[in-house]
Write a new protein. Structure first.
Length: 527
């Protein structure tokens, strides 16, 4: 163009691979400096731009090809581990523009199961059988080579430790793709022996083999006396007591069990009153035994349970609360010569019985007591809200409720030294004028400042069971904790923890969230 010639040159490099390990600067500050390329590949191609490439050293055997100018292709054919590049003379030697894998046939395998360590020190993914059901493991097979490959799988296991394995024998995967394989493991109906065993899955593409090892084990049978209770703990000689014993299994299915239920008396010794044979007990299964016993001597008795299998005693349990048996007092005999039927007034009788029933309920329930006095308080009042707190008794009552939210009727009555009627009168006035509010909790009525309490505080105060209070605090401090972990912390059986957790969930104190096979606990937004 007007006798001027313009030349533009572009240098392009084309490479084909599934893995690019990146670029690297070849600058060495001293003779000990190295450039490390992290790699698990055996064949690599490096595109290097360098004006003095002959001064570079590589940790694996290589071939050098000059493409043009200062551009070179370094072919690594037998790399083992990380590739190290160094030079005897410090300085700048250009850069590695690209590092790619040239492994044409390559695959990897991984599992989503958690890893565990065996007694022998083997670290591998583990499966623990807790129930007699089919267990599924998942392996991920990745084709990292250049071609579509067919893989064959074989399973090696001890037929005396598990019943069977069901999984694919062959699978085809395209280049650069992955697939997840499900393998079913069926345990034996009984624990074969102590310890564990291995499941080896051999995977081959015809050129290389990989073995994935699983460690298999059985959860030991864990027989526990979940509860033992009687219908009464103080009886007259000649009366019968009825007791219920609940047995559960927290582990794998048990062998046959022999359950002995007995009673202990200081004067008469021990006596077995019931013997039960249980063929087997599955995980989470409970067995309830009802026993009726008539003591023949007075004194203190205690129920106990012992459970045996073929190997001997598994566990024993003694009920903490004793049963007191007393001899009835002898009443003097009276001789009645005549008998006359009095005139009965049924209307007065029924009226009297009604008052007796109301009196009994009055003494028994705070709610009935409060509502009774509230009914008889005059409904008409000229008190103004801004002056009703001037009365001394109401001032004390407000101070107490605001200082101790959740105080019940009896606490207020005893704390302020008031009669039932007087206390109910002042509470009615304060509640009617929206200065306090109340909540029912069983037979009690709890009082709170009006509008200042939140749902969290009221719900927490309504929880009176100590175990449930401890569970709430643990979940608040450890959101996402499992019931099994709470059971270990409190040293309480998983069945009891499950009972209390269900109660807290029903009352919207806790939330349950399912994450795979694991159920986690979280506090609600207002707990």
């Amino acid at each position: 163009m007007e006798e001027n010639i313009y030349v533009s040159r572009f240098d392009s490099f084309i490479s084909v691979s599934l893995e690019d390990l990146g670029t690297f600067d070849l600058t060495f500050e001293d003779t000990d400096s190295v450039v490390s390329i992290v790699s698990g590949y055996s064949q690599l191609n490096l595109l290097v731009e360098s004006s003095n490439i002959d001064e570079l050293s590589f940790s694996s055997p290589f071939e050098k090809t000059n493409l043009f100018d200062n551009y070179y292709l370094i072919s690594i054919t037998d790399n083992r581990g990380d590739l190290l590049i160094s030079s005897e003379n410090p300085g700048s030697y250009g850069s590695v523009l690209s590092t790619i894998s040239m492994d044409q046939y390559r695959f990897s395998v991984q599992t989503i199961e958690s890893y565990g360590e065996t007694i022998e020190g083997i670290i591998a993914p583990s499966v623990t059988f807790v129930k007699t059901e089919t267990y599924t493991v998942n392996i991920i097979l990745n084709n990292e080579g250049f071609y579509t490959e067919e893989y064959s799988l074989s399973y090696i296991f001890a037929g005396t430790f598990i019943d069977s394995i069901n999984g694919p024998d062959k699978v085809t995967i395209r280049s650069g793709k992955s697939t997840t394989l499900e393998i079913e493991i069926n345990p034996l109906p009984e624990i074969p022996r102590e310890g564990g065993s291995q499941l080896n899955i051999d995977i081959s593409n015809g050129r290389e083999n990989k073995i994935l090892t699983y460690v298999l084990s059985y959860e030991e049978s864990d027989i526990e006396v979940l509860d033992q209770s009687c219908n009464r703990h103080s009886v007259l000689l000649g009366q019968s007591i009825s007791c219920t014993t609940v047995i559960t299994n927290n582990g794998y299915v048990s062998d046959s069990l022999n359950v002995h239920i007995g009673i202990e008396n200081d004067g008469a010794g021990n006596e077995i009153i019931e013997q039960v044979s249980i063929d087997k007990l599955e995980n989470g299964e409970s067995w309830s035994v009802r026993t009726t016993y008539k003591p023949e001597n007075e004194g203190e008795y205690q129920m106990f349970v012992s459970i045996n299998d073929d190997s001997g005693l598994i566990t024993s349990y003694q009920m903490a609360q004793s049963i007191n048996v007393v001899t009835p007092a002898k009443e003097p005999k009276e001789t009645t010569r005549t008998f006359s039927i009095p005139k009965l007034n049924f209307t007065r009788g029924l009226f009297g019985l009604s008052f007796l029933g109301m009196g009994y309920q009055f003494r028994r329930s705070e709610n009935f007591k409060y509502l009774t006095f509230k009914f008889f308080i005059p409904l008409y009042s000229r008190l103004r809200k801004d002056t009703l707190a001037d009365e001394p008794t109401r001032q004390k009552l407000l101070r107490h409720i605001y200082a101790e939210p959740g105080a019940n009727f009896t606490e207020l009555k005893e704390g302020l030294g008031l009669h039932n009627g007087t206390l109910s009168h002042h509470i009615y006035i304060l509640e009617n004028h929206q200065m306090i509010t109340s909540q029912r909790s069983g037979r009690q009525r709890l009082f709170f400042p009006f509008g200042s309490t939140n749902k969290a505080k009221i719900r927490t105060l309504l929880i009176t069971n100590e175990t449930q209070k401890e569970i709430i605090e643990i979940v608040k401090d450890n959101p996402g904790i499992t019931q099994s972990m709470i059971s270990q912390r409190l040293n309480v059986s998983r069945q009891k923890i499950n009972y209390h957790v269900n109660s807290l969930v029903d009352n919207s104190i806790l939330n349950l969230e399912k994450q795979g096979r694991i159920t986690r606990l979280y506090p609600t937004h207002f707990t």
